[in-house]
Design a protein around this ligand. Structure first.
Ligand code: GAL
Length: 722
């Protein structure tokens, strides 16, 4: 959404009189909950309501896309999901505050990209765009949207840093749990149960949106659809990405490509790191003439081989840049690494950047970017007191910087009817319709898997990229995880590693990449569902029906050194997730000879053998170095390519699991343009039905023909006699 008009205009309401009531003894009175302003909810679409109070600065929603109204309508209407009377707002001299009800049994998920935990209850988050770490909520994508296990979601729409108390912080006048004496009582809680989510910003107001849903997944769908649904990446984006060492030259790249070919490794995208530029940190955005003397010929050579080029950059402009003179009038008071910081809330500044990039990169065939350092640490980035020529607040500009970059480039690519897939290190509200995937410097394999699950709760895509490893085992384990993620990438910017850097596992690495690529018809269709219905292609288990989400707390023994407040720990499943409608992915970490997998209700089958694995239970499996554990839901229909040869007729093997009748709507299109939005795509219905003897058979029916359609279909029944 780039025009400022729209639905998001807020209606100020004036609450201050309550606050300035000074009583006779000279102290300001506390405002009671009953005296706080009741939020006035206005229905904006079926199952979506909005309330606002006070005034806000930049509106984050201006950098998201337009709602998919028909798809939202198709989800149907729903009643307002909680007690409206219990939703209150308060403006204090420095903060805008909101209080929303929370029931004892409710669990809360979301709040953006996090590397730890899925459940957010009993925590405090300071949602600040940051290079991750230290404080809860300081992360690449601190999205102020939470989902309740009771089937609704709340978005605090503000470009300020939102501080959220999720069921902690008990007001005197709220409903309080029983008080327990710590000396004599059992179960004294360090965090007594509170009956609210309380959130505030340092600012003068906010908007709040509520999204209903019969399930947590439907809540996420409404949220994503409200911002245009998800993206469908170009097909090349779902292939293999290799980022070169930062000092690489054009000749090094050509040699590397040859090495990929010689070793029979798929390669779809080459990423160039800082060294492609004549100056970096801050950036010139201009090609380095010694390492890349003829960029046009270089990019075209790669494109002719079917390989795309992606360029790294951070936003900070070096004086040697050819765009410096034009952008400098639109930059802020402070520098980052001595480079100037463009104020992209100003349309002219956007034009300078787009014009420069179109001329120097995109017009010669560059496919997209990796926008680094749009999050940053305080010690690197501009301070909160920096000023910008637009007059917009430095805190808000930082919170929205990544969104502004995504929105500006997405619009530019779309104008050329060209799809793109990129990387970025910060995102915020309503990012699902942006063609960008998040990544991090934080390199923890287990945290990466948790982030993969969490990202689905906030309209984000995340790549657990590989950089290096301490052993061949770690190498293959990380490769297996990244092969089952939105963007499969080796980022060798500093390590200079190649997929074959650990020869003991080279074949296994190739196999896992190839398996991912053969699953393209399944995965591409999952992205179509993301686009049309808002269903994330990679999902946290809490979005899966039949998955038990009750809170389990454990431990809580007093330990003077480690646990002086005898706090309990939450047991939860953070190391598995769903891919597409029916595959459960359970990555293995270095050293794990076995692992447990929590199977939701319903029958589940081993992807590789078709063997029955369990139903609504926790199973323990022995790990195999050559396989990432994958389980398929009963009735799972998995269309796969039989060969990666792009010139083949695209024969499909359609695997069938279990014994349930099912339907899979297989999607395809040209893979590169936005023509699909004008109906240029194919749809094949893959259906399993039971005959009179009880035998299941597969039937395919073309529902919408188009030149992109697949070739012959070969059914493969994976059922193993029991
Ligand atoms: C980091 C980024 C890495 C790499 C590096 C290049 O900030 O996270 O992926 O691009 O910069 O200097």
């Amino acid at each position: 959404m780039n025009t400022k008009s729209k639905k998001h205009l807020f209606k100020p309401c004036f609450l201050l009189p309550l606050l300035i009531l000074i009583c006779s003894n000279g102290f300001a009175q506390n405002t009671l909950i009953s005296e706080m302003e009741e939020l006035k909810w206005e229905k904006v679409m079926p199952g979506i309501w909005k309330a606002s109070f006070g005034e806000m600065g930049l509106n984050p929603i201006d950098y998201a896309n337009e709602p998919k109204i028909d798809a939202i309508k198709a989800l149907g209407d729903a009643p307002f999901p909680f007690d409206q009377n219990a939703s209150r707002s308060l403006l204090t001299p420095n903060r805008a505050n909101v209080r929303l009800p929370l029931r004892e049994t409710e669990q809360i998920y979301g709040l953006g990209l996090e590397f730890e935990g899925i459940n957010r209850r009993r925590e405090v988050y300071t949602l600040k765009v940051d290079h991750y770490g230290g404080i809860k909520g300081y992360t690449h994508a601190p999205v102020p949207f939470y989902i309740s296990s009771e089937g609704y979601g709340v978005l605090i729409n503000s470009s300020k840093r939102v501080k959220v108390h999720v069921g902690v912080g008990n007001r005197k006048d709220s409903s309080l749990p029983e008080r327990i004496d710590r000396t004599t009582g059992k179960n004294w809680p360090a965090r007594p149960l509170s009956d609210a989510v309380e959130a505030s910003v340092e600012g003068d107001g906010m908007e709040i949106y509520v999204f209903a849903g019969k399930t947590t997944l439907e809540v996420v769908q409404r949220y994503n659809l409200f911002f245009g649904g998800g993206i469908i990446p170009p097909k090349w984006g779902l292939g293999f990405w290799h980022r070169m060492h930062t000092k690489s030259s054009d000749q090094d790249v050509l040699q590397e490509i040859q090495d990929f070919e010689d070793r029979d490794f798929p390669l779809d995208v080459i990423g160039l790191e800082p060294g492609w530029q004549s100056f970096a940190y801050p950036c010139s955005f201009d090609w380095d003439s010694t390492r890349f003397p003829n960029p046009e010929k270089f990019v075209q050579t790669l494109n002719q081989k079917g390989i795309k080029v992606n360029l790294w950059e951070n936003p900070y402009v070096a004086p040697v840049s050819t765009m410096y003179k034009d952008i400098s009038p639109f930059t802020g008071s402070h520098t980052v690494w001595l480079g100037e910081v463009p104020d992209y809330t100003i349309p002219e500044a956007q034009q300078v950047l787009l014009k420069h990039h179109q001329k120097n990169h995109l017009s010669i065939g560059v496919s997209g970017y990796k926008f680094d350092e749009v999050d940053g640490y305080d010690v690197w980035l501009w301070p909160d007191h920096a000023t910008f020529p637009s007059g917009n607040d430095a805190v808000e500009i930082r919170q929205l910087y990544g969104m502004m970059m995504m929105d500006m480039f997405d619009r530019h690519f779309k104008e050329q009817n060209q799809r793109t897939y990129n990387l970025i290190r910060s995102a915020y509200i309503g990012a699902s319709n942006h063609n960008f995937v998040l990544y991090s410097d934080h390199y923890d394999h287990e945290g990466y898997v948790t982030a993969l699950a969490n990202s689905s709760l906030s309209g984000l895509l995340w790549t657990p990229e590989i950089r290096s490893a301490n052993s061949a085992e770690e190498w293959i384990r990380r490769f297996q995880t990244v092969s089952f993620s939105p963007l499969m990438m080796l980022n060798a910017w500093s390590s200079g590693k190649k997929p074959w850097s650990f020869p003991e596992v080279t074949d296994l690495v190739r196999n896992t990449i190839e398996l991912r690529m053969k699953l393209l018809p399944y995965l591409y269709t999952a992205f179509y569902e993301y686009n049309q219905k808002g269903i994330p292609p990679f999902r946290a288990m809490v979005l899966e029906s039949g998955f038990i989400t009750q809170e389990t707390l454990t431990g809580g023994e007093l330990d003077d050194a480690k646990n002086p407040y005898a706090e309990q720990k939450r047991l939860e499943v953070t190391d598995q997730y769903m891919m597409g409608p029916s595959i459960l992915v359970a990555p293995v970490f270095t050293g794990q000879v076995e692992r447990s997998v929590v199977l939701p209700k319903g029958n589940w089958y081993d992807f590789y053998t078709g063997e029955y694995a369990g139903n609504g239970e926790t199973i323990t499996i022995k790990t195999k170095l050559e396989e990432i554990p994958l389980f398929v839901k009963d009735g799972g229909i998995i269309p796969m390519l039989t060969t990666l040869d792009k010139k083949s007729d695209q024969t499909l093997e359609v695997r069938l699991y279990g014994s349930k009748e099912n339907t899979f709507l297989l999607y395809n299109d040209d893979g590169v343009s936005y023509d699909y939005e004008r109906g240029e795509f194919s749809l094949i219905e893959l259906k399993t039905t039971r005959d009179r003897k009880g035998q299941l058979s597969g039937i395919s029916k073309t529902l919408k023909s188009h030149k992109s359609s697949y070739g012959t279909i070969v059914w493969r029944w994976m059922k193993v006699p029991q």
